[in-house]
Design a protein around this ligand. Structure first.
Ligand code: CP3
Length: 342
């Protein structure tokens, strides 16, 4: 197996900089669209053979150094007892947002084996299929990011319901975060037992908060989750989106790898995150709309600036966009492999 990615996660010396892409399986790929034309998104997530198939597509087509389980962060929210639908136009819709004590009390901490067995089955298939290829990443949403979906009932523009609960009813808000944190720990532990070799926690909405609130209210739960997972002895990646105001805080998360978005210069991130964590990132996904020459230029820029970091895993600064040309994703992967560290 190509273990460059695993070594990089542990901060060990590698022959080249490994690369994978957040949301690397998805609509920008015609092979994914072909599968998706036959089943809806949730059915795809819940059918292990199909979820495994689309997980493998980018590994074979792009030549990335890691596979990421095909699923969605909201699968665990459904298992907590909320109704989940995906609409092609509006994205995820969760029935009956939980904004009261009664609604929060009704949410359960799910048992992964009972309520999400398809995720564990997908992981088992993937470990067999990936045996001589690349490592498998499992994932979950972070407590706060999942809380926003639970409280807003879907995606949001200004997160006013979430922030209102945080400021008006901090006790209830914290009780909700505790319940989600227990869910995240149970869910990722089960993924690791099933065979996930690394786990990533996606905190897609961390950056909507003032650093003061993030550190006091949210971050303790991130640390609790990471501390529990570290006992299982696999590397943990914490990706905080829109993180430029949070780097001095997230460096204390206990994660082996910190994923960063593109809004911070890699050279500054290296200085601010220090010498103990490996950094993952951080090309703006829209650079993939540029020419091959420009993609190469920006890959070299980031690799050069990350050179003095404790370790570097190349990635986009957030998920790849559905309109991205596949050739551009391939060009990026090739450029990382050509110009990366040794
Ligand atoms: O990285 C991968 O390849 C694994 C697959 C993956 C998906 N979602 C598949 C998906 C992962 C890791 C996620 C995580 C996820 N889901 C996040 C965190 C990462 C991030 O981007 O910030 C979030 C916030 C979600 C919630 C979600 N799922 C939204 C808001 C949407 C609708 C918007 C959109 O991109 O369509 C989804 C749907 C979704 N998740 C799709 C895929 C491939 C598109 C579904 C389709 O095929 O129509």
């Amino acid at each position: 197996m190509n273990d460059t990615f695993l070594k990089a996660c542990r901060g060990e010396k590698v022959d080249y900089t490994p690369v994978w892409i957040m949301r690397q399986a998805g609509r920008y790929m015609k092979e994914y669209q072909e599968v998706r034309s036959r089943v809806d998104f949730l059915t795809l997530c819940k059918t292990p053979e199909l979820a495994a198939k689309v997980t493998l597509q980018p590994v074979d087509i792009l030549g990335v150094d890691a596979a990421i389980l095909f699923s969605d962060i909201l699968i665990a929210v459904e298992a907590m007892g909320m109704h989940l639908e995906f609409s092609d136009k509006k994205g995820p819709i969760l029935g009956e947002p939980a904004r009261t004590k009664a609604a929060v009390d009704k949410l359960v901490i799910p048992d992964t084996e009972d309520s999400m067995p398809f995720v564990l089955e997908t992981i088992k298939i993937l470990r067999r299929e990936l045996a001589d290829k690349v490592p498998l990443i499992g994932f979950s949403g972070a407590p706060f990011t999942l809380a926003t979906y639970i409280i807003e009932g879907g995606s949001s523009r200004n997160f006013s319901h979430t922030k209102r609960m945080m400021y008006q009813n901090p006790g209830l808000f914290n009780a909700l975060l505790e319940k989600i944190t227990a869910t995240v720990i149970g869910y990722l532990s089960a993924q690791i037992r099933a065979g996930a070799q690394v786990v990533q926690i996606f905190d897609s909405w961390a950056g909507i908060l003032a650093p003061y609130d993030y550190e006091k209210v949210i971050f303790p739960h991130v640390k609790t989750a990471i501390k529990a997972l570290k006992k299982l002895d696999v590397p943990v990646i914490y990706f905080a989106n829109d993180c430029p105001g949070l780097l001095e805080i997230v460096k204390k998360s206990g994660a082996d790898v910190i994923g960063i978005d593109w809004r911070v210069d890699m050279a500054h991130a290296v200085k601010r995150l220090g010498k103990k964590v490996v950094i993952q990132g951080n090309l703006d996904p829209c650079v993939l709309f540029g020419t091959k020459e420009y993609i190469e230029e920006r890959v070299q820029e980031i690799l050069g600036k990350a050179h003095t970091a404790h370790g570097h895993i190349f990635n986009l600064g957030h998920g790849i966009l559905p309109e991205t040309p596949v050739e551009s994703a391939i060009a990026m992967v090739e450029a990382v492999h050509k110009y990366g560290r040794n």
